[in-house]
Design a protein around this ligand. Structure first.
Ligand code: CO
Ligand code: CO
Ligand code: CO
Length: 344
């Protein structure tokens, strides 16, 4: 274990360090439109990764994700960053096969710290069945780590944001509250031991939930990361042209998160997510403020948000029970009724 407190070297942590959804869409909007007939999915509808057709039987899925330290232990940080980056391939229904490291690290930091970060990433990639074949490093005062991941799938196997249809149920496979937990740990409001459930959740691969969803068949999928549950749910609702009705009480929460939110321990990113979404969604007046703060909490390596036919929901939940016990049915899909997200 190294003596360096990695999280002290960074301002924001994990997926909370992403540019806000408002700022990002402004920047992207200004870019010229591209066209390539083999690019099946680009960034138009906020999907988790791009999809490029190799031939009629094979598509390539590509994504990149990296962020500043979420925990002080270098190996654990590497595991979490890699699980998070691999997740975007799973969210598209694909299988990761190849990855490249992106590492920004202070040149003066002990060599074993950098090595432990990369070892954590390597082990997670191995669990995913992907090989890390190279990468790039930058001497940078604020550490950042993640992967560029390539996955493969058959064309018909791809899941997008755009497939949710009225009558679907919504399943979320991991508990919420990683942003609040990481912030609380930085403020010494959580002990190392109390942070463990959040760490276990963040470093868990979405592979197993993806495999279960392949078995049952689903209509749409995304993973829940920096833009929060409501932010990513809105992307799905917008792309699908439907309304998602989400029950505020239904998602599982990490331990201590409800109490911390009531105390006002909320990361900056949650306010940014709320500000962006506030006038785009409807939140029932009876829902307590601390709970909406949790629904806006930026997640690092969060779960899959799955939309699937109502009659398949029990089968999926049955499969997920053994894999990720915090999976919950959190809402349903309705005909578009003037707002993309309704929190009840
Ligand atoms: Co994603
Ligand atoms: Co997304
Ligand atoms: Co991503």
């Amino acid at each position: 274990m190294s003596e360096i407190k990695l999280t002290r070297l960074s301002g924001s942590a994990g997926c909370a360090a992403k540019l806000g959804p408002g700022a990002l869409s402004e920047i992207v909007r200004g870019l010229p439109k591209q066209h390539d007939e083999n690019l099946l999915i680009g960034f138009d509808l906020s999907d988790d990764a791009c999809v490029y057709k190799i031939n009629d039987g094979l598509v390539m899925i590509q994504t990149v994700d990296f962020f500043p330290p979420v925990v002080d232990d270098a190996y654990t940080y590497g595991q979490i960053a890699a699980a998070n980056a691999l997740s975007d391939v799973y969210a598209m229904g694909g299988t990761p096969c190849l990855a490249l490291n992106l590492l920004c690290i202070p040149g003066k930091i002990a060599q074993d710290v950098a090595q432990d970060i990369l070892k954590g990433g390597l082990d997670k990639a191995a669990e995913a069945g992907a090989v890390i074949a190279g990468g790039h490093t930058i001497d940078d005062n604020e550490p950042k780590y993640g992967l560029c991941v390539t996955g493969i799938a058959k064309p018909g196997e791809i899941w997008t944001n755009a497939g949710a249809v009225p009558g679907d149920m919504l399943v979320l496979t991991k508990p919420l509250g990683t942003g609040i937990s990481i912030t609380a740990k930085k403020l010494d409001k959580l002990t190392d031991e109390e942070l463990l459930p959040a760490i276990e959740s963040m470093r868990a691969l979405n592979k197993y939930a993806r495999d279960a969803a392949v078995k049952t068949g689903i209509n749409a999928c995304t993973d829940v990361t920096g833009f929060s549950l409501l932010g990513h749910a809105r992307e799905m609702a917008f792309a699908s042209g439907v309304t998602l009705e989400i029950s505020a009480e239904k998602p599982a929460l990490l331990p201590h998160v409800a109490a911390l939110a009531k105390e006002g321990i909320i990361p900056q990113g949650a306010y940014r997510n709320r500000k962006y979404l506030e006038d785009k969604i409807i939140i029932g007046e009876h829902i307590p403020a601390y709970l909406t703060d949790i629904l806006f909490d930026p997640q690092t390596s969060g779960g899959l948000l799955i939309s699937l036919p109502g009659e398949k929901a029990d089968m999926l939940m049955g499969l997920l029970e053994k894999i990720t016990p915090h999976a919950r049915i959190i809402g349903r899909v309705l005909e578009f009724n003037g707002t993309h997200i309704k929190v009840v």
